[in-house]
Design a protein around this ligand. Structure first.
Ligand SMILES: Nc1ncnc2c1ncn2[C@@H]1O[C@H](COP(=O)(O)OP(=O)(O)OP(=O)(O)O)[C@@H](O)[C@H]1O
Length: 299
């Protein structure tokens, strides 16, 4: 349904996206993740036909997104990473304008306004960032599109509204919608997505299905050291360290059950402030890929 094939947009100085490929099948919710500046928005803008690929192709329903820009706009519900709304209008006027453009019906609009507790009867200029984001959500979902491209859709929303958004995505998925979701929020991916790709420095570095991660037999041990020396020494061990924070002397190690004895042996030689076990989660999977060159997490 949504496909990018060898897609490249080179802004120079190693910025942009380079030879990326992935596809989102009909009815699938697909997570698109990566650190700031990784290339998520650049990819999504090419899928919306706003920006021309340097090489490769982006298609929706087998239709070239760049060549068939108008068709894509009509077919896809899109939430941009940065919401820019016409400040001269009120929320109501904006909704009325979008309703005509998208041939949306009133009951759907009321349903969405109620869900996000948004009063649109206010000037857009004076709206809070959260309310502007809610307006972008209402606008993207009002025509009940079959395909949704959502670029960090909940940034600026409070946790209660973030949860409402998760509920909306889950129910849209149940209704057979195809969803591409870029986010930094692990819970959103965990709750909604079937598969995901991680992009870093403009390249896809991992693609997996979320069940594989959830059913992973690895466990994660959180360790906090009392002394810098011990932390530094432990960092040199060849354990699978998925997260580390030098200032707080904290690490998270992902290991298989068979390795527990080895881990306990190693840490018994150090002064430990805290030690606990938890299930390997999607978050641990991310942190592993978000790590920068120094091995520190960039989150
Ligand atoms: N129009 C442009 N001209 C030049 N460089 C650009 C342009 N748009 C994006 N970039 C660069 O391309 C890279 C990818 O940016 P992009 O906005 O796609 O990242 P992102 O993954 O969406 O990041 P974030 O999580 O911060 O929103 C960045 O280095 C960015 O500075």
């Amino acid at each position: 349904m949504i496909e990018v094939k060898n897609l490249t947009k080179d802004f120079g100085f190693n910025r942009g996206v380079f030879d990326i490929s992935f596809e989102v099948k009909k009815g699938e919710a697909y997570g698109f993740l990566g650190p700031n500046g990784a290339g998520k928005t650049t990819t999504m803008r090419m899928l919306m036909g706003f920006s021309q690929p340097g090489k490769g192709i982006a298609t929706i329903n087998n239709s070239d997104c760049w060549k068939n820009y108008y068709d894509i706009l009509g077919e896809v519900g899109y939430i941009p990473g940065e919401v820019a709304l016409p400040e001269g209008l009120s929320g109501l006027e904006f909704i009325e304008m979008m309703k005509k453009m998208k041939h949306a019906d009133d009951s759907r609009i009321s349903y969405l306004l109620d869900m996000f507790e948004l009063n649109p009867d206010q000037s857009m200029k004076k709206m809070s960032i959260g309310d502007k984001r809610k307006l972008a959500i209402v606008s993207a979902f009002m025509s009940d599109p079959n395909i949704l491209i959502l670029d960090e859709p909940t940034s600026g929303l409070d946790p209660i509204m973030q949860n409402k958004f998760i509920e909306l995505i889950k129910s849209e998925k149940k209704r057979g919608k195809t969803i591409l979701l870029s986010t930094h929020i692990f819970e959103e991916v965990d709750a909604c997505c079937d598969r995901l790709s991680i992009i870093k420095d403009g390249k896809i570095i991992s693609t997996t299905d979320t069940d594989t991660i959830r059913n992973n037999e690895n466990k994660v041990y959180k360790i906090e050291f009392l002394q810098d020396e011990d932390f530094n020494q432990f960092m040199k061990s060849n354990m699978n360290i998925v997260y580390s924070n030098k200032t707080k002397r904290k690490v998270r190690v992902a290991i298989n059950d068979k390795e527990i004895n080895r881990l306990i042996k190693i840490i018994s030689t150090y002064q430990i402030k805290y030690f606990s076990e938890s299930q390997f989660t999607l978050e641990d999977y991310f942190l592993k890929y978000y790590k920068d060159r120094k091995g520190e997490s960039s989150l």
